[in-house]
Design a protein around this ligand. Sequence first.
Ligand code: DHB
Length: 312
Amino acid sequence: MKIELHPPITNASGPHSVTYEELERIARSAAGAVVTKSMTHCPRTGNPEPRLRAHLDGELGSLNSMGLPNLGYQEYAQLIPKLKEFGKPIIASVASATCEHKLPPPVQYHEIAVAIAQAGADALELNLSCPNLEEVPIAMDPPSVRAVLQAVTRAVNIPVGVKLSPYNNTPQLFAEVARTLLDFELAYVATINSEPLTLDIDLKTRTKVIRPGFGGLGGPAVLPIALAEVHRFYKFFQQHKSQIAVWGVGGITKPEDAIKHFFCGAAAVQIGTLFLWEGPQAFEKLWAGIQAWLTTNGFSSLEEIIGQVREL
Ligand code: DHB
């Protein structure tokens, strides 16, 4: 099952997509869809603040360890019908985290997926890669990826995407996860989630920039990592004649960055740090810049450049 985005740009599930007000701002923007913050079985307050540094020195990017603060899936099930009134697809990001109910992750994903599909979500984005929990991300363990996908894909009939960790130093794991994905009817793979376990220091105070210390890195610093991951998945799915689309996430702060993602094979892009920096106006500006780049360079549609990076 596919999901079409017009324009092919959304927010990346992240800090300013938690509350109804934040989601409504995205729904009113030029974004092609609204992606919620990853919702969990139980509501979560998240990690102690400060837990987000939007601007790292030199505008290298942003660093956060939010700890999945969210309203809990039952609250999102209530909000979704209202959000749908803005006429764009609502993509519900879903994650698992240990809570008082002690349900195994596949059971959590299943329960949330069924309720959220029932509430009218247009697609699910399974976040298998939150870098800031005690647990090792599911995306790092192929059998766990399989268990979650089995639990969810059989239970819903809306498009399902997965959000993955970067596998830039683990080629074997990349191959095992990619092969696992082929066994399921997925709409898309969103890659990459933030670069995990990164750190920055404020030299004025000589402290870490966020209270949890380590966090997920996004923004310009991760662009080359994201491009490589997008391209590897794109080539892999092509080789295996899979219909799974790749959505590029990571390092897009200007139109040229998005254009690079498209050349590497992205069918759509998501913005995290840029959305933090510029708010909802970022979508319109980025889309205008992408269209201007295409026109200036003699292309009449975006489809003409998807996956068209040349070998040297
Ligand atoms: C959080 C979750 C993520 O998936 C991510 O990339 C960064 C932060 C979080 O809520 O901690």
